[in-house]
Write a protein that binds this ligand. Structure first.
Ligand code: HEC
Length: 118
């Protein structure tokens, strides 16, 4: 009997350590974030940042996991392909003409709140 009661608890524990639930960022908090890598920071500042820190652009705000988590659930490959091909108000390549697919992938991780920002 006792053993049975523990099963749901173990199932929850299997999901890993509890993370604090994501909280929405203000546009100012979002705009204060930048990729750690100086080259990527420059690419980001010259393209993605113009839309992804402005609420009116309808782009998910950089670092705001309440906005990114549902998109992240599509998988990184789907996000990368949306960034390369464009999607809705999102221009193909995110208007970053120097960005390689690897750059875009790292930028997406950063913007989705998966990579350390500075
Ligand atoms: C001109 C404005 C603009 C720029 C510049 C821009 N984005 Fe976006 N982005 C958007 C908008 C608007 C959306 C929401 C599109 C939608 O879901 O309809 C979006 C969505 C996205 C998504 C989510 C796609 C999905 O399938 O949910 C990714 C990933 C993304 N942008 C990456 C980038 C990256 C990386 C850069 C810079 C290299 C960038 N964006 C630059 C406007 C922009």
């Amino acid at each position: 009997m006792r053993r049975l009661l523990f099963i749901p608890v173990l199932a929850l524990a299997a999901c890993g350590p509890a993370e604090a639930p994501p909280r929405p960022l203000t546009a100012e908090q979002s705009a204060a974030l930048s990729p750690r890598d100086p080259r990527l920071a420059q690419l980001y500042a010259g393209s993605c940042k113009a839309c992804h820190t402005v609420k009116d652009s309808l782009a998910p705000l950089t670092g705001d996991r309440t906005l990114w988590d549902p998109r992240w659930a599509q998988g990184e490959a789907a996000l990368l392909s949306a960034a390369i091909q464009g999607k809705g108000g999102m221009p193909a390549g995110g208007q970053c003409f120097e960005c390689t697919p690897d750059d875009l992938k790292t930028l997406i991780r950063f913007m989705a709140g998966r990579e350390d920002a500075q």
